[in-house]
Write a protein that binds this ligand. Structure first.
Ligand SMILES: NC(=O)c1ccc[n+]([C@@H]2O[C@H](COP(=O)([O-])OP(=O)(O)OC[C@H]3O[C@@H](n4cnc5c(N)ncnc54)[C@H](O)[C@@H]3O)[C@@H](O)[C@H]2O)c1
Length: 263
């Protein structure tokens, strides 16, 4: 029996429009995902954090032929709304959203959870969790034909991972928001996924002490004995945006070589 080549998958996202939030450079997980969406034919909108980040993100947005390129700092009042307003005006619809951002002030992230101050906690939760909830709220009216919402999480939400600290608390809340939003928006054909990659050496990861040890442990312990790449994360994430994945929603998709099943 010959295996079908599924040539149609090469253009499976042709005509679909997606917003990518979280590209900082060519090591960002969001960049790996954006490349995969684009390779399947999707049209993309790309945001950058601020003027300083713009020069790193602009060449990547050009490579993706992004038709919308604009600033988005979720701490800046009104900026998230502006992005969705522009998408509404120019595209009139949105088919998928990738939320791939997180932040915690150093003093909150580097201390024990039991010592975290209110400001540090609220800032961590605002950028790493609430911003996803808000984007889902703003995306809902634009996803007239259904759609897919993605956010990035990590295993430190489920287990105590050394040095992950308050970010683990935020990711647990983020994963819970994925379940609730999936239940709320499911009847409209909107699916919601938390993507949980194994450790990757990105700018955000450089803020976590002893990250190299975490990578070594992942590599030696994961059933596949390998680290994941941003392209691995991109391919699996893009799969979930396909029509063939339309009945998968609300879960945490581990892209970690199976690390999470090992004690
Ligand atoms: N690197 C890892 O090992 C790993 C593993 C699992 C999950 N994640 C998650 O993946 C996501 C992407 O991180 P990454 O590893 O690609 O690092 P990254 O540094 O490339 O991306 C983080 C992004 O967050 C953005 N950001 C931070 N504060 C923001 C704000 N106020 N407004 C808008 N954007 C803001 C940054 O501009 C950057 O683009 C994060 O949610 C992270 O927690 C990372």
């Amino acid at each position: 029996m010959t295996v079908p080549a599924f040539p149609e998958t090469k253009v499976a996202l042709k005509g679909r429009k997606g917003l990518i939030v979280g590209i900082a450079n060519d090591q960002s997980i969001a960049w790996g995902c954006a490349k995969a969406f684009r390779a399947l034919g999707a049209e993309l909108a790309v945001t950058y954090l601020n003027e300083r980040a713009k020069k790193h993100v602009e060449p990547l947005a050009k490579e993706l032929e992004a038709s919308i390129f604009m600033p988005l700092d979720v701490n800046t009042e009104g900026q998230t709304e502006q992005v969705f307003e522009r998408i509404g005006k120019e595209w009139g619809q949105l088919d998928f959203l990738l939320h791939s951002i997180a932040f915690s002030p150093k003093e909150a992230l580097h201390g024990r959870v039991v010592d975290v101050e209110r400001d540090g906690f609220l800032k961590t939760m605002e950028v790493s969790c609430w911003s996803f909830m808000r984007m889902a709220h703003l995306a809902e009216p634009l996803m007239k034909n259904g759609g897919t919402l993605f956010t990035m999480t990590y295993y430190g939400s489920q287990m105590v991972v050394k040095n992950y600290n308050v970010m683990g608390v935020a990711k647990a809340a983020l994963e819970a928001s994925v379940r609730y939003i999936a239940a709320e928006l499911g009847p409209k054909g909107i699916r919601v996924h938390a993507i949980s990659p194994g450790p990757l050496a990105t700018r955000a990861a450089s803020g976590i002490p002893e990250f190299d040890e975490l990578m070594d442990k992942a590599q030696t312990t994961a059933p596949t004995r390998s680290l994941v790449s941003i392209d691995d994360v991109g391919a699996a994430t893009a799969f979930l945006a396909l029509d063939g994945a339309k009945l998968i929603t609300g879960g945490v998709m581990y892209i970690d070589g199976g690390y999470h099943i090992i004690d």
